[in-house]
Design a protein around this ligand. Structure first.
Ligand code: PNS
Length: 160
């Protein structure tokens, strides 16, 4: 079986922390499927089409990365992709609490599925999509936190 991992998220917006996890993940896995899923607990700012477009543009030079969105359960998506590894970035202990619950829930739904946690690198550990949305909406700059294409789209959406 090919060494493929799914890096799933809501990516609203994608941050440099997400791309750092994907790039470091490519040193471990042959292929990474970036799965854009729906987090029902979050009210999205960017549409799925906008997020997909950003992820595809920013990752276009990575030949071993596939960007795709999915509806419904992540475990159903992983089964459909014949993939048994989830890659998740962890910034701190509160991420760990949420992530460990999610990993156990996903494992209950798909016992062969393993979640692999990767520590977010220090310079990205303060980044959160929520703070980024707030900074942009309040007129600040998120240079060094998000890709310029993401900043451009957020400014257009949040500063009407
Ligand atoms: O970036 P996020 O918001 O932490 O990503 C969360 C995401 C999209 C991976 C998660 O909400 C998810 O898997 N959604 C699909 C529905 C699902 O399978 N929910 C059960 C998770 S235990």
């Amino acid at each position: 079986m090919k060494n493929t991992a799914i890096c799933a998220g809501s990516f609203d917006p994608p941050t440099l922390g997400h791309f750092n996890i994907i790039e470091r993940g490519l040193k471990i896995f042959d292929t990474i499927i970036v799965g854009l899923g729906i987090n029902l607990a979050k009210q999205p700012i960017l549409t799925v089409a906008e997020r997909l477009d950003l992820l595809k543009q920013i990752l276009k030079n990575h030949k071993n990365v596939e960007v795709v969105s999915f509806d419904g359960l992540l475990t159903a998506f992983a089964r459909a992709k014949n993939c048994r590894i989830l890659l998740r970035g962890i910034r701190n202990m509160s991420d760990y609490e949420y992530e460990s619950q999610m990993a156990l829930a996903n494992k209950a739904l798909y016992p062969e599925l393993e979640t692999v946690f990767m520590m977010t690198e220090g310079q990205y550990s303060h980044l959160s999509s929520t703070f980024i949305r707030e900074i942009i909406a309040s007129g600040g700059s998120c240079a060094g936190m998000i890709h310029p294409l993401v900043e451009k789209m957020l400014v257009r959406k949040l500063r009407k």
